[in-house]
Design a protein around this ligand. Structure first.
Ligand SMILES: Nc1nc2c(ncn2[C@@H]2O[C@H](COP(=O)(O)OP(=O)(O)OP(=O)(O)O)[C@@H](O)[C@H]2O)c(=O)[nH]1
Ligand SMILES: [Mg+2]
Length: 392
C-alpha cells in the first residue's frame, strides 16, 4: 500500500529517511511521500533522503532550532502552534494517491513524543484515510524522563491514531552494546519488518501475481479496530530460480500437489510462520489474545504455496484464539522466503503494563501537586479575604 510517512523528532525522521532508502533498494513503492518535522535544525540537516522542501522546522520562535530537550509538553505545544507549517508540507503531496498516513516517532524524547499525537489528531480531523502511528519505545536504561515521556505519549498516541504499531528499542539492544550504537541495525530491522508488511499490498506491474496475493484492504482491515500492534518476522535463504520457470515445474507449487518438493515448500512455510510468531516481536507480548492477524509470506513464487499459507493461518488462529486471521503471498524475486506476521489489538503486553503503571503514578503525583497548589491558592485567597475589605 502507498503511505505518506511523516517522521516527527529525530528518531522519527531517521526512520522515515531509512524507509526511503529501503524503498529505493527493494522497489517496494510504499513511500508515496516522506516528510520530517522537528524542532532541532541539526537533526533535519543530518537526514540523507528526505527532500529538502519536506523538512519542516517548527517552534523557531520558542526554541530557535535547538530542540525541546526531552520536554514533551513543550513538544506538544510547539506542534499545536505550528501545525499550519506541517500542513503546508502535506498540502504539497498528492494525498489522493495515498492509502494511509504513517506518523513515526520515538516516544522517549520531547519533539516526537509530544508532537506526533498532536499531528495524528490533526490529520484525522482533515482526512478520511487511516492514520497509523509507528511508535518507538525507549530503552529502559535511558533514564526516568524518557520512560515518563513514553508513558504519557503512548497513551495519547494510541488514542489519536487508527492503530499504533510499536517497536521497543529495549528488546532490540544487542548484548554488550548501547542502544545508541545499535540504532543503525535497529532501524534496518524496523524498515525491513514494516516494509515487507506494507509492501505486500503493493504488487507492481510486471510482478507475478500469486495465488492469494495480499492487498491493501487486508492490511487496513487487520489494523482497523485500533489498539496496539506488533510484528514478527522470520526468513530463510533459498536458491533463486534463474532457469526460467524450470524449478516450479518440479515443485508443483501453488496447487499444493504432494510431490516431495511441494511437501518441503509447505513445511518450510509452516516452520517460518512458527518462528516468526514465537520469535522476537517488534513489541514482545503474548500472542494469545491478539484480536486480528495478518500473515504475509514473501519470496519467489515457486517457494510459496497455498497449502503452506493455509496451514500457517490455521496455526495462527489456534495460537491467538482470533477468528480474524488473514494470510496471503507477496511474490518477490529475492533469494529468501520470509514470513511476516502482523498481530493487531494485542493486550497481554508486559512492557505496556509497566508504562501504564508509570503513567498512573505520575498522574497521582500530579494530582497531589495540583491539590497542594490548590490548597496554597485557597489559603492565599483566604488570607487576602481576611486582609482586604470587600469592594462591594
Ligand atoms: N529505533 C531508534 N530509536 C531512536 C533513534 N534515535 C533516538 N531513538 C529513540 O527515540 C527516543 C527519542 O529521541 P529523539 O527522537 O531524539 O527525540 P526528539 O523527538 O527529537 O525530541 P527532543 O530531542 O527532545 O527535541 C530516544 O529516547 C530513543 O529511545 C533511532 O535512530 N532509532
Ligand atoms: Mg531531538
Amino acid at each position: 500500500m502507498k503511505l505518506a510517512m511523516i517522521g516527527f523528532g529525530q528518531a522519527g525522521g531517521k526512520i522515515v529517511d531509512r524507509f526511503l532508502d529501503y524503498d529505493d533498494r527493494t522497489n517496494s513503492g510504499i513511500v508515496r511521500a516522506a516528510i520530517a518535522v522537528n524542532t532541532a535544525k541539526a537533526d533535519l540537516i543530518g537526514l540523507d533522503n528526505i527532500p529538502q522542501e519536506n523538512r519542516v522546522l517548527i517552534g523557531q520562535a520558542r526554541v530557535k532550532g535547538h530542540g525541546v530537550g526531552a520536554d514533551n509538553e513543550l513538544g506538544a505545544e510547539v506542534a499545536e502552534e505550528d501545525i499550519d507549517e506541517v500542513q503546508n508540507a502535506i498540502d504539497a503531496i498528492p494525498t489522493h494517491e495515498v492509502d494511509a498516513f504513517l506518523v513515526v516517532a520515538g516516544m522517549g524524547g520531547g519533539s516526537g513524543s509530544g508532537g506526533a499525537p498532536v499531528l495524528a489528531k490533526h490529520l484525522k480531523r482533515i482526512y478520511t484515510i487511516p492514520v497509523y502511528g509507528l511508535g518507538v519505545l525507549p530503552g529502559t536504561d535511558e533514564g526516568g524522563i524518557y520512560t515518563l515521556n513514553a508513558a504519557r505519549s503512548f497513551q495519547t498516541f494510541v488514542r489519536e491514531v487508527d492503530n499504533l504499531l510499536v517497536f521497543d528499542n529495549d528488546s532490540w539492544r544487542q548484548t554488550g552494546e548501547s542502544v545508541e550504537g545499535g540504532y543503525d541495525q535497529i532501524n534496518e530491522e524496523i524498515v525491513r519488518r514494516f516494509g515487507v508488511l506494507f509492501g505486500a499490498g503493493e504488487v507492481g506491474d510486471g510482478q507475478e501475481v500469486a495465488e492469494s496475493v495480499v492487498d491493501s484492504s487486508e492490511i487496513i482491515n487487520t489494523l482497523s479496530g485500533g489498539g496496539v500492534s506488533t510484528v514478527g518476522y522470520a526468513s530463510e535463504e533459498v536458491e533463486l530460480n534463474t532457469g526460467g520457470g524450470l524449478l516450479s515445474r518440479f515443485t508443483g507449487n501453488a496447487d499444493g500437489t504432494d510431490g516431495l518438493d511441494a511437501a518441503n515448500t509447505t513445511n518450510r512455510i509452516t516452520s517460518l510462520v512458527r518462528k516468526a510468531a514465537l520469535g522476537r516481536l517488534t513489541l514482545p507480548c503474548e500472542i494469545d489474545g491478539a484480536e486480528r492477524a495478518l500473515l504475509v509470506l514473501s519470496g519467489p513464487t515457486e517457494y510459496l504455496n497455498r497449502k503452506g499459507i493455509e496451514r500457517g493461518r490455521k496455526w495462527l488462529e489456534e495460537e491467538t484464539g482470533s477468528m480474524e486471521v488473514r494470510g496471503g503471498d507477496f511474490p518477490r524475486n529475492e533469494p529468501e522466503v520470509s514470513a511476516a506476521i502482523l498481530l493487531s489489538g494485542v493486550t497481554n503486553v508486559p512492557r505496556i503494563k509497566r508504562l501504564q503503571q508509570v503513567a498512573i503514578e505520575a498522574q497521582d503525583n500530579m494530582e497531589d501537586i495540583q491539590a497542594e497548589s490548590q490548597d496554597n491558592l485557597e489559603t492565599l485567597v483566604e488570607d487576602d479575604e481576611d486582609e482586604l475589605e470587600p469592594l462591594f
